[in-house]
Design a binder for this molecule. Structure first.
Ligand code: SAM
Ligand code: SF4
Length: 329
């Protein structure tokens, strides 16, 4: 059984983009009320008194859009400075990144994943929704700033949608040739985006690899590594290509993570709500941190069973109704 030591923490469920594949415009989302978000203090209590003592040492901040969280730099500093924190990272859309990239780095964030689904500003607008028009440039500046500041690894996440951005696969892969950037292609999942997924379908990692192989060749750098990605490289490239194949492969057997939602629900599996614990409710209801540690230890023992049941929790069409932004992607 994998050691589960990695916690993905959603700082906020809101976002300044409305990506078609994540929280499509027109979908009514039940946002968490501000007073129901975990406070900074509650989050730090949970990390220091509950998660670290049961063995979590690696933390990723995500959302929604984590950079919308007030005092995010301070929060990063507080988590990164804990002696037990071995790894601290963030997944962001990059829109607000450029002006604070240096402060985040100085606060202890050394690794970052930035979503970049297209190199074409119009396609990018189409993907991120009308509210985000004209934002490609700011995201690109965020990526450049992260590179200048020295984030390492600097990963670019691409969700591939047939007929929308799959024609750009080679251009996106080519970003890894001259710079030590790591592009990760993520198979499109039917989570919270029913119509788009039903209309477009998805493309497998193997098909993407074949297209890249035909152009440059592809060497296996690290297959079945520590995380969910299979890592490859264009021969001679400085960076790598990662493929996250949660649709075409089941990688439950190497799942090493749990997710904490912005309102304090701990979820052992992305696609399954079995076993989740309301940690904010418990803290506010006077449950001791010692008791919460016991509950999480128990959850860790049953997590493998929960993972392998994952696909049971979709509805009859196989579409999951909660969005990635709500679960904490
Ligand atoms: N807002 C940040 C961002 O976009 O990077 C962080 C949160 S977002 C939910 C985290 C990751 O989930 C992003 O890389 C995004 O592309 C991915 N994601 C969201 N919806 C997805 C879907 N339906 N299928 C595959 N990946 C998805
Ligand atoms: Fe926002 Fe990220 Fe979801 Fe896009 S993928 S809508 S940027 S949370």
């Amino acid at each position: 059984m994998n050691q589960v030591d990695y916690l993905r923490i959603s700082l906020i469920d809101r976002c300044n983009f409305r990506c078609q594949y994540c929280m499509p415009e027109g979908t009514e989302l039940d946002y968490i009320f501000k007073q129901n978000l975990l406070t900074d203090e509650e989050l730090l209590t949970l990390i220091t008194e509950v998660f670290i003592p049961v063995g979590f040492t690696r933390f990723r901040l995500t959302g929604g859009e984590p950079l919308l969280r007030p005092q995010v730099v301070e929060l990063v500093r507080n988590i990164a400075s804990l002696p037990e924190t071995q790894d601290m990272s963030m997944t962001t859309n990059g829109f607000l990144l450029a002006p604070i990239a240096q402060s985040l780095y100085d606060a202890g964030l050394k690794r970052i994943n930035i979503s970049l689904d297209s190199l074409d500003a119009d396609t990018f607008d189409l993907i991120i929704g009308n509210r985000g028009r004209g934002r490609w440039q700011a995201v690109w500046e965020g990526i450049q700033a992260a590179y200048q500041v020295g984030f390492n690894p600097l990963k670019l996440n691409v969700v591939v949608i047939p007929g929308v951005n799959d024609s750009e696969i080679l251009d996106l892969a080519a970003l890894t040739i001259d710079k030590q950037w790591h592009v990760r292609f993520i198979e499109f999942m039917p989570i919270g985006n029913g119509d788009l997924f039903s209309d477009r379908g998805w493309i497998s990692s193997e098909e993407l690899r074949q297209r890249i192989r035909n152009r440059w060749g592809l060497t296996e750098s690290q297959v079945r590594g520590n995380g969910p990605a299979d890592i490859f490289q264009i021969p001679g490239a400085k960076g790598t290509l990662g493929f996250i194949s949660q649709m075409s492969e089941c990688f439950c057997d190497r799942c090493n993570r749990m997710r904490l939602s912005a309102d304090g629900w701990l979820r052992p599996c992305l696609l399954n709500e079995t076993g989740q614990i309301d940690l904010k409710g418990a803290l506010n209801g006077g449950v001791s941190t010692a008791e919460l540690r016991q509950q999480i230890k128990h959850l860790l023992t049953i997590k493998p069973e929960i993972n392998f049941k994952q696909r049971d929790s979709g509805n009859s069409t196989g579409i999951y109704t909660r969005t990635m932004s709500q679960i904490g992607g």
